[in-house]
Design a protein around this ligand. Sequence first.
Ligand code: PHE
Length: 354
Amino acid sequence: MPDHPLYQQLDELAKAVDTIALADEAELAELRTQLLGRKSGKLTHILRGLRDLDSDARRDVGQRANRLKQQIEAAIAAREEALAVPRMTASDVDLSMAGRRQWQGAIHPVTAVVDEICDIFREIGFTRVTGPEAETEEYNFVKLNIPLDHPAADEHDTFFLDGQAKQPCGEWKAPGRLLLRTHTSPMQARTMERYQPPIRIVVPGQAYRRDPFDPSHSPAFEQIEGLVVDDGVSFVDFKAGIDFFVKRFFSPETEVRFRPSFFPFTEPSAEVDVQCQLCRGSGCSTCKQTGFLEIMGAGMVHPAVFERCGIDAERYTGYAFGMGPHRITMLRHGIPDIRMLYLNDMRFLGQFAL
Ligand code: PHE
């Protein structure tokens, strides 16, 4: 007999349950009488009506009414408890108290140095590009004039990856045996293959070597490669480019020193030293009393590299360099151990937050 008026009253009662959760103290007292009151409560009214029903309907309505009664009682008890919790008022809050700043994260000091270096080179016309970390022997060694049986190829102590690259690495084609690049120099070859001069690029990115993780080495480290190729680029342009960068990044007084060196892909090659930033050149333990610290390898691009990468070696000349932003960051901030830059300890990194 679901159309009996008692069912309608049950429905109304069910709707009232929801209003309990929003009631304030006075409303709650009111609701309690309205719903459960002995004399004229809605539930009482329904229970009284039971005697007019036949036995089946009586059982059904009776059960529903009892369930509702329990729900109402539980809702009232829950609301009472919620209202009993003391609420904060305006006078409980000291509005004049200084706010506490939330730590929002910041740029890692090495990332900041990478960005700063790339920005300095951008001022003199360099474009920032990136390339794949999973490289092939071809690009990491062969095209850079490093034959695979040359000691330089295993001097690098390479991490080889299993298998061959049959697919392009991202946007770059990469057929051949795969490895983790041991320097960012493969991007010299990739850029020259794709673009004709004039070329002026800087390439920041990770490189990998089988080195121990000790105060001055990490098996994964940042590098920034630089490459310039154009008509008539001379050794003077090379020195001037590097000198401009060092004076801009460190200070106008910082001295730069070029020491003869060897790389298969540059000729002549040099290692570039800058005046030690800690002792200002007078000699200390960081620079081993020499007053200078090495910051990059560099040189004039070897004609054999041009030939392997499709650039006319008779017409064009250029220079290249590769530096380590971790070392440069350590030098700038006087950080004694490279591992501090990998630990992600906020107490350490927080000091460099801008
Ligand atoms: N690729 C060299 C290294 O990782 C650095 C370098 C780059 C030297 C470009 C000369 C020219 O040690």
